[in-house]
Design a protein around this ligand. Structure first.
Ligand SMILES: *Cc1c(COP(=O)(O)O)cnc(C)c1O
Length: 384
């Protein structure tokens, strides 16, 4: 059954026109494999944007390296490249360039700074498959990149991750590390996950999302469904048991099916994001203006409002699918940020964004009607 996994890797690599792709149980596992293959370890520093998911920071900590956070610029929520140079020290080994919400990071500037210091760049494409920077697909510019197909990303395999590698020597090291240490998913876990995908298909897309999500969370607490993160992953930096796990055959099959309709998925997202732009402009709301050399495919449509938590509460009771990413400089809210070397006040733009940004759906079943309804709902609040 390994056949599906190999085919999915091959299909993914072909889509990106990259030589090697490696599939994993989750996106964070892909990042871990890349960092490990790069030899990142004790005493090294890894630079990340101070507006990310703690699951990005965990692999850095698992390897004994120190995360260093750079504040974001407020328009695209990506790393502010003006602040990048001063974060670099003699210990810096890697810069993680995250393409937040799907907006491409300033890759030319990041690559130039990195190269002048002999540092490697890994692209975090978990929220950005399909986005382009100066004509190039994100994920094809750094030495390696990684993707997530967790259930609320651009496309889903329930849980899932992929690493792309553009450097033969590094790819061989990833391969070696996988041969030596990658474990197959326990049969029961893989079966549970395929049931989760069925539940997802049945209930997650229609308007019942909030109810479905609550049902999901409840099932997770009962141990009936596999959640994407355990509380341990937000409050300790010890590597969880069974972390380094391979992609299962069922995930790969779902991935292959998703690849077959990926262009429609991207086109739908672009079209619906334009509709949000124009409806919000009509209401005199500010929208993110991106440079004309980027073509984002957004995972969700971010907007800033002054009453984020109030809106989220009200959205739940109206059955409105309002997203909370990111709730903290190291999403989610429960993250004990000091444990991950984040100092409050060090990334003020990121902290402000965490308190203001909510996001609106763009997934394949979002219709024009949903979008009008979302805009109607959100513009009852005050933009920030
Ligand atoms: C979802 C996400 C991850 C982690 O992906 P998993 O597949 O859940 O491990 C990492 N970085 C960002 C920016 C993400 O959105």
């Amino acid at each position: 059954m390994l056949r599906h996994v190999r085919n999915y890797e091959k299909g993914f690599a072909e889509y990106f026109r990259v030589e090697r792709a490696f599939a994993f149980w989750k996106g964070r596992v892909a990042l871990y494999a890349i960092l490990k293959a790069l030899g990142v370890g004790d005493g090294d520093e890894v630079i990340l944007p101070g507006y990310t998911c703690v699951m990005d920071v965990n692999p850095v900590k698992y390897l004994g390296a120190r995360p260093v956070f750079v504040d974001i610029e407020p328009n695209t929520y990506n790393m502010n490249v003006e602040l990048l140079e001063e974060a670099i020290t003699a210990q810096t080994r890697v810069i993680i360039a995250q393409h937040t919400y799907g907006y491409p990071a300033e890759m030319d500037a990041i690559m130039e700074i990195a190269q002048s210091h002999g540092i490697d760049v890994i692209e975090d494409c978990c929220l950005a498959p399909g986005s382009r920077y100066k004509g190039k697909l994100v994920g094809t510019m750094g030495i390696a990149s990684y993707f997530s197909s967790q259930w609320n990303k651009t496309y889903t395999t329930g849980l899932g991750g992929m690493a792309l590698c553009h450097n033969r020597e590094l790819a061989d090291k990833i391969q070696q590390f996988c041969n030596d240490e990658l474990k197959d998913a326990a049969f029961s876990k893989a079966v549970l996950l395929s049931m989760q995908r069925m539940v997802y298909r049945a209930v997650i897309y229609p308007r019942t999302t909030m109810t479905a999500r609550r049902l999901f969370r409840w099932l997770i607490t009962k141990g009936i469904v596999i959640g994407s993160s355990s509380s341990q992953e937000k409050t300790t930096t010890a590597i969880p048991q069974g972390f380094f796990t391979a992609m299962s055959s069922g995930q790969a099959k779902a991935g292959l099916a998703q690849l077959r309709c990926i262009e429609e998925n991207f086109a739908h997202r672009r079209k619906m994001a334009k509709l949000y732009d124009s409806l919000l402009r009509e209401k005199k709301w500010p929208v993110t203006e991106v440079p004309d050399y980027t073509e984002p495919v957004l995972v969700r449509y971010p907007v800033r409002i002054t009453e984020k938590w109030q809106a989220i509460k009200e959205a739940v009771s109206c059955g409105i699918e309002l997203g909370t990413w990111f709730e903290s400089p190291l999403h989610p809210k429960e993250t004990k940020v000091d444990l991950y070397d984040y100092k409050w006040g060090s990334c003020p733009e990121a902290e402000r964004a965490a308190g203001e940004v909510v996001n609106l759906p763009l997934h394949p079943r979002t219709s024009e009607k949903t979008i009008r309804r979302m805009v109607e709902f959100i513009t009852r609040y005050q933009f920030a």
